[in-house]
Ligand binder design. Structure first.
Ligand code: MIC
Ligand code: SF4
Length: 646
């Protein structure tokens, strides 16, 4: 078992209860929380349902960055609720336009050695500044705001040893894409990645944050860097040197597994459609015609990234066959670029400047044309996430993105004929916190609840017997974007009945009933819906709607080969059983519409001895043994019908 790591140091300093043995449940204290608007409305409604007067954390911040289109009143209704509930409950509120939660949190609040829980899967961005920063569902974040410890399985620690330094034009993004090629997006549940070795010193905090941000795609609990001179330099420049604390692994630290990456050998990479681990060296796709380039998202929108982009664009012209859009990650970045003239260099070259926020990363505009290639500096390229069915989205570094925007084709930045650009960390960032509203400054404490702000939906206790019907059977790597699409539907996040209509929308065949309609019919027959999946079910985002909406439609169990950490916790929180096939071959026996009854579910769940009786349309039956990885606490929550009933 690993020992002496930065992970152990931070977790042990926050230990509350449990057993510090790999795989066993431990509860630890959360110092800070963050929410964003698309998951935040539910989180604060849940906090209200828990009757919490004031948050009990050292710091809680509510960001608005996802739902910014405001086509219809829903988004702004959400913002007003969020601002008012933040004032009432003691939460700092970041106004729309101030930036993306992860970029902003790193700039203004991240502190080495602290724990952070965020209702967004890319919360691990904070690992770049030496925090244990974890993504979770809104209900878990609401509990943390209420002062409750957070439970995880005591992690395995994967040590990634970095040596040497990156060659010109090779980027932090290429490092994480390289690691995704090794570890893939599945099979890493229960691990934390810790970077160490002499190469760490060569990376700035924003570069480290790119790596820990996209570490979310590995399916690990989080990723972390040590805190060193570079961390101090970044904090000093942000006017927050007092937060600095050195953090490094012991000289004799041991990891459960060590992967070595020679930074000097990392080459420009791309994640090809439609998974972040479908990585190739750029050389394999070089020359491919492209139609769109977008630079931004919480992965690659720092001042460092965008200064490089501006310097490359200066005096040049974006290819007429390509549109280039740039979304700065925070107002600090945008304001600095505008004051130092770099924004003008981008505009002059023909770039379209987007609002600081998530924007196209979550399908809010800028969908690509049919049958065209789009290059994005984002972290996810799940099919259809761009808003275009059959999209061809490639994830690349800002270096590859900007050079390719100039040439109009996929180009290895080393072959663009342009000299590599150097970045000097500013001695002082421009600090303007006037869009961060402190609760004590907000005098109006009345909570504004417009008509589109619903109540958190509640489940009922788990029935003794599950009279199930397979409402859908899906394959491997089903992401929460498949389960609960965002994009144009994102504005429905506070309206569960309306949002539930699009569960599994991408699998609806023309002229056939949708998942929601099938589930409604199952419920009207007095039966329960069951979802059947394969490996790595529930990858991707932390959106608890991927559990809430199925729960609302009457789903009682998900049965798969493996269920990803955050999604599994969300299912538990809303009273749905996350179950596993004891024999994976049984998956083949099941078809959509089959009956799947689970007798004596309440008792057998506790004993981990559940079996399902499969009845096929022709009347033949099969016994299917099931298993689970639930703790006693999880089981109690499911039996009660979810955390809000506990
Ligand atoms: C994402 O990148 O998928 C999101 C949108 O930020 C989600 C959160 C959400 O669905 O609201 C995430 O990463 O958790
Ligand atoms: Fe926003 Fe995209 Fe980051 Fe999610 S991954 S927080 S949608 S920028």
């Amino acid at each position: 078992m690993a020992k002496g790591t930065v992970v152990h140091k931070i977790l042990d300093a926050h230990f509350v209860s449990g057993s510090k043995v790999t795989g066993e449940v431990v509860a630890f204290k959360i110092d800070q929380t963050l929410t964003q608007d698309a998951t935040g409305t539910m989180a604060y409604l849940e906090l209200e349902a828990m009757n919490v007067d004031k948050v009990a954390t050292e710091l809680s911040v509510s960001y608005v960055d996802h739902n910014m289109m405001q086509n219809g009143p829903e988004n702004r209704n959400d913002h007003m609720y969020l601002q008012s509930v933040a004032a009432a409950k003691g939460v700092v509120f970041s106004m729309p336009g101030n930036g993306i939660c992860h970029q902003l949190h790193l700039e203004r609040f991240g502190a080495p050695g602290k724990t952070l829980l965020g209702s967004d899967s890319h919360t691990p961005t904070g690992g770049g500044i030496g925090m244990i920063a974890i993504g979770a569902g809104g209900l878990d974040v609401a509990r943390a705001m209420a002062g409750k410890p957070f439970r995880i399985n005591y992690p395995k620690v994967i040590g990634v040893k970095l040596t040497n330094k990156l060659a010109p034009w090779c980027a932090a993004k290429d490092v994480i894409l390289h690691l995704l090629g090794i570890l893939t997006t599945k099979g890493n549940v229960g691990s934390i990645v810790e970077y160490f070795g002499p190469g760490v010193a060569s990376l700035t905090v924003p570069q480290r944050a790119t790596i820990t941000n996209m570490g979310a795609e590995l399916g690990v609990t989080t990723s972390v860097f040590p805190s060193d001179e570079s961390t101090l330099q970044f904090l000093q420049a942000q006017g927050r040197a007092e937060c600095y604390k050195e953090l490094k692994a012991d000289a004799d630290a041991e990891y459960d597994r060590v992967i070595e990456i020679d930074l000097a050998k990392v080459v420009p990479m791309a994640a090809c459609p439609s998974s972040p681990d479908n990585v190739k060296a750029i050389s394999e796709v070089e020359g491919m015609k492209i139609a769109q380039v977008i630079i931004g998202s919480c992965t690659n929108s720092s001042l460092q990234d965008l200064s490089m982009v501006a310097q490359v664009l200066k005096g040049r012209r974006v290819s007429p066959n390509v549109t280039l859009s740039i979304a700065p990650g925070s107002r600090q970045v945008l304001e600095m670029l505008s004051r130092n003239g770099m924004l003008a260099d981008m505009i002059g070259a023909g770039a379209r400047i987007l609002e600081t926020g998530c924007g196209p990363c979550i399908g809010q505009g800028q969908s690509p044309a049919d049958d065209t290639v789009t290059l994005r500096t984002f972290n996810r390229n799940f099919a259809g996430r761009t808003g275009t069915k059959g999209d061809q989205a490639y994830l690349v570094s800002p270096e590859t993105a900007v050079i390719s925007a100039l040439t109009g084709k996929f180009t290895d930045p080393r072959n663009g004929g342009i000299e590599a650009v150097k970045f000097e960390m500013p001695e002082k960032f421009l600090i303007n916190d006037n869009m961060l509203l402190k609760p004590e400054e907000q005098t109006d404490k009345e909570i504004i609840r417009k008509r589109t702000i619903g109540a958190p939906p509640m489940n009922t206790a788990l029935p003794a017997d599950i009279d199930g019907v397979v409402a859908i059977k899906v394959g491997d790597k089903i992401t929460t974007d498949h389960i609960m699409p965002a994009g144009v539907h994102l504005k429905l996040r506070s309206n569960i009945p309306a949002y539930s209509k699009v569960v599994f929308e991408c699998f609806t065949e023309e002229g056939k009933p949708s998942f929601a309609e099938r589930s409604a019919a199952i419920r009207d027959n007095g039966k329960h819906s069951i979802i059947v999946g394969r490996d790595s079910y529930g990858q991707g985002s932390s959106r608890e709607h991927a559990a809430i909406c199925p729960m609302y439609l009457g789903v009682k169990a998900v049965i798969a080969f493996a269920i990803e950490r955050i999604h599994s916790a969300n299912l538990v929180n809303f009273g749905i059983m996350p179950l596993l096939f004891a024999n994976q071959a049984d998956y083949e026996l099941i078809e959509e519409g089959d009956k799947l009854t689970i007798a004596n579910a309440r008792e057998l769940l506790k004993e981990n001895k559940l079996t399902a009786l499969l009845t096929k349309a022709d009347g033949t039956t099969h016994t299917i043994p099931l298993t689970h990885k639930l703790s006693d606490e999880d089981i109690a929550i499911i039996l009660a019908g979810g955390m809000l009933n506990c």
